[in-house]
Design a protein around this ligand. Structure first.
Ligand SMILES: NC(=O)c1ccc[n+]([C@@H]2O[C@H](COP(=O)([O-])OP(=O)(O)OC[C@H]3O[C@@H](n4cnc5c(N)ncnc54)[C@H](OP(=O)(O)O)[C@@H]3O)[C@@H](O)[C@H]2O)c1
Length: 287
């Protein structure tokens, strides 16, 4: 028979290992870096990472031991994000990069290689949406902007990092799509189409890049509380309509996407490529 004290010790240990369902235990960088999902020694570029989902993703990768390179268009946003992550003891480098500009994409990748020694992970997170309305009212300029930033730049930055990943023996690419890529959101037609294109890009790249030991995956978030989605959650009526479609009756938090991306980049996902993980609180996703 086990002694009561030993039993207590054992249950306590179990509690530490399996925190009560529903509670999120804040793990320190060190404990995550030592786990199966460890990204120690990896270098990760996350685009559009000075706030929202990008910043949460940079934090999740950094907490697991990766050196993260954060970027966005505005220097003051980059400085703020770098300071924040440094305070959290995350290894971080920052630079400006408008992903729609080829010279910026090249500078980001070159700087990463020069300062961090290579690239293992790319999270292509940047997107714009300059248009709300009936799709038939959208102009060529709107389509050019949305496809350039949301789709073309995602491919072109992947093309830039692949040779560097090959030099490291492999890597992981994650695109950030959206639930809108499965079910176009009313008034966001062109944006939704661009997000569907990323599902296709993931599947088109995965078999080709598997030959170089590079996995390509995608995450499709539902409605996540960030400034990007303000128009959807600030209006009570619109929010109410969305909530009807949710099983988990609340908006998502950026951290709930960052963790999924970090999983896809980790060893735990070593047999996953060409997939899109939906993280939508139960909103139905079907093409
Ligand atoms: N929030 C949602 O509900 C939701 C749902 C599904 C998918 N998503 C997707 O998640 C991704 C991130 O969205 P978010 O909600 O996290 O947005 P967010 O909180 O508004 O953050 C946007 C970030 O993008 C940067 N940025 C904007 N344009 C850029 C450009 N051309 N090049 C580089 N950086 C740029 C911004 O910084 P600067 O202003 O300094 O450039 C900022 O850091 C997007 O791909 C979006 O489509 C979001």
């Amino acid at each position: 028979m086990e002694k009561p004290k030993a039993m207590l010790r054992c249950s306590f240990r179990r509690l530490l290992t399996y925190p009560v369902a529903g509670q999120t235990r804040k793990m320190s960088g060190a404990s995550l870096a030592g786990s199966q999902g460890s990204l120690s020694g990896k270098v990760a570029i996350v685009t559009a990472s000075t706030e929202g989902i990008g910043l949460a993703t940079a934090r999740a990768l950094g907490q697991r031991g990766a050196h993260v390179v954060v970027s966005s268009r505005r220097q003051n946003n980059v400085d703020r994000a770098v300071e924040l992550l440094q305070r959290e003891k995350i290894q971080v480098t920052g630079t400006t990069c408008n992903v729609g500009k080829s010279e910026d994409r090249e500078r980001l990748v070159n700087m990463t290689v020069e300062q961090c020694g290579g690239v293992d992970i790319l999270v292509s997170n940047a997107a714009v949406n300059p248009f709300f309305g009936n799709i038939m009212d959208s102009t060529e300029a709107v389509w050019d902007k949305i496809l350039d930033v949301n789709v073309k730049s995602a491919f072109l930055i992947t093309k830039l990092v692949v040779p560097h990943m090959e030099k490291r023996g492999g890597g992981s690419v994650v695109f950030v799509s959206s639930v809108a890529g499965y079910q176009p959101i009313q008034a966001l037609g062109p944006y939704s189409v661009s997000k569907t294109a990323l599902l296709g890009l993931t599947r088109a790249l995965a078999p080709e890049l598997a030959q170089c030991n590079i996995r390509v995956n995608c995450v499709a978030p539902g409605i996540i509380k960030t400034s990007f989605s303000q128009a959807l959650w600030q209006n009570e009526d619109i929010l109410g309509e969305f909530k009807k479609q949710l099983s988990i009756k609340r908006l998502g938090e950026p951290e709930e996407i960052g963790g999924v991306v970090a999983f896809l980049c980790s060893k735990d996902a070593s047999y996953i490529t060409g997939e899109t993980i939906t993280a939508t609180g139960g909103m139905s996703c079907r093409l």
